[in-house]
Design a protein around this ligand. Structure first.
Ligand code: NDP
Ligand code: GDR
Length: 356
């Protein structure tokens, strides 16, 4: 008979997002029963996890279960949690696009800030506060206008977007519920992490898709915004493992997860073009800047002001030494390997499905 000690039941919000899909894979491999919420949409929205659930007998004996749900609907969260009685909850659901959060500021706060509160309260309503371990997807965007380099768990926050402000609320409500109700709740302060499953409108994926199209003659150039911001980029597969590790510790704490290297958007772009044998030379400045292909002089990069943000995060560089010391986490995939992984996948995608 199943006992409380051996039950491994995970509930993932945002399961069909980039991180949710890798995390679901990892937890299924570890023998968990995995539940996730997906939103009702007018077309199919489970492409990142279809390989895990389309045939319930093909993957770990049908241990993946999807429920319709939404972070703006407390009653659905309570119903699901009371039914499945999870032992671990990973709150990954969010309106996660920083630029979009300037347009959808109220909605972003509803989902990213209040959604987290709803989930924590749903756990309490179901009287599972002392039985569930809770992971919150906090973000390096909270550091914003950075107060120190590199950023650690102790660096103060200075959010620069409605998204980051909402995530700061979520961070503190997690800390508060941990202290007020003794909940096992952790913030993972994750720096940017990417993969072939990255959403198409984030800069890395936009670049690798467009460079693949240019290489295959399907497109002429890529249009971008600020090329000079710097990010600490890692691979999503490495980062979801850190999420799980945080919840396996004796005590609930907050951890920075980062690669410890920073690169500009321009460097990511150059590395992607280099993968297909093109060297880019730069001419002009600001919105008049263009990137030309060295051999032919053809313009391959244009700057479009519509991609600039009202307030930008110029520089991020994380120090994950706490995670390394506490549970031995280090990233396995380097920056060049990340670019290569994404380029290979997008070249293959564009070759087989040019309209993707
Ligand atoms: P994605 O944008 O790929 O995935 C977000 C997920 O949240 C999707 O499954 C989306 O569903 C779901 N979602 C959005 N709104 C709602 C809602 N109202 N109710 C229920 N589900 C909703 O993000 P990532 O996988 O990249 O990131 C996961 C989490 O980690 C996010 O919270 C993000 O803010 C945070 N984060 C990400 C980092 C990164 O570099 N990737 C770094 C630090 C933090 P749908 O498909 O229907 O839109
Ligand atoms: P970010 O990621 O804002 O760091 O948030 P994004 O890839 O959107 O932007 C990174 C940097 O690239 C610049 N940039 C562009 N960005 C986009 N999206 N599109 C463009 O055309 C473009 N041109 C230049 C941006 O100005 C920015 O400086 C991501 C999200 O996953 C968050 O949810 C997460 O919390 C953080 O990473 C850590």
């Amino acid at each position: 008979m199943e006992t409380e000690e051996v039950r491994k039941v995970a509930f993932i919000t945002g399961i069909n997002g980039q991180d949710g899909s890798y995390l679901a894979e990892l937890l299924l491999e570890k023998g968990y029963e995995v539940h996730g919420i997906i939103r009702r949409a007018s077309s199919f929205n489970t492409k990142r996890i279809d390989h895990l659930h389309s045939d319930r007998y093909s993957h770990k004996g049908g241990k993946l279960h999807l429920h319709y749900g939404d972070m703006t609907d407390s009653s659905c969260l309570i119903k699901i949690i009371s039914k499945i009685k999870p032992t671990e909850i990973y709150n990954l659901a969010a309106q996660s696009h920083v630029k979009v959060s300037f347009d959808l500021s109220e909605y972003t706060a509803e989902v990213d800030a209040l959604g987290t509160l709803r989930l924590l309260d749903a756990i309490r309503t179901c009287r599972l506060d002392d039985k569930v371990k809770f992971y919150q997807a906090s973000t390096s965007e909270m550091y914003g206008k950075v107060a120190e380099i590199p950023q650690t768990e102790k660096t103060p926050f200075y959010p620069r977007s409605p998204y980051a402000c909402a995530k700061v609320y979520a961070y503190w409500i997690v800390v508060n519920y941990r202290e007020a109700y003794n909940m096992f709740a952790c913030n993972g302060i994750l720096f940017n992490h990417e993969s072939p499953r990255r959403g198409e409108t984030f800069v890395t994926r936009k670049i690798t898709r467009e460079v693949a199209k240019i290489h295959l003659g399907l497109s002429q150039y890529v249009e971008l915004g600020n090329l000079d911001s710097k990010r600490d980029w890692g691979h999503a597969k490495d980062y979801v493992e850190a999420m799980w590790l945080m919840l396996q510790q004796e005590t609930p704490e907050d951890y920075v997860i980062a690669s410890g290297e920073t690169h500009s958007v321009r460097e990511f772009l150059e590395a992607s073009f280099k993968h297909v044998g093109k060297e880019i030379v730069w001419e002009g400045s600001g919105v008049d800047e263009v990137g030309k292909e060295k051999d032919t002089g053809i313009v391959r990069v244009r700057i479009n002001p519509k991609y600039f943000r009202p307030t930008e995060v110029d520089f991020l560089l994380g120090d994950a030494s706490k995670a390394r010391k506490k549970f031995g986490w280090t990233p396995k995939v380097s920056f060049p390997e990340l670019v290569k992984d994404m380029m290979i996948a997008d070249l293959e995608l564009m070759r087989t499905n040019p309209t993707a």
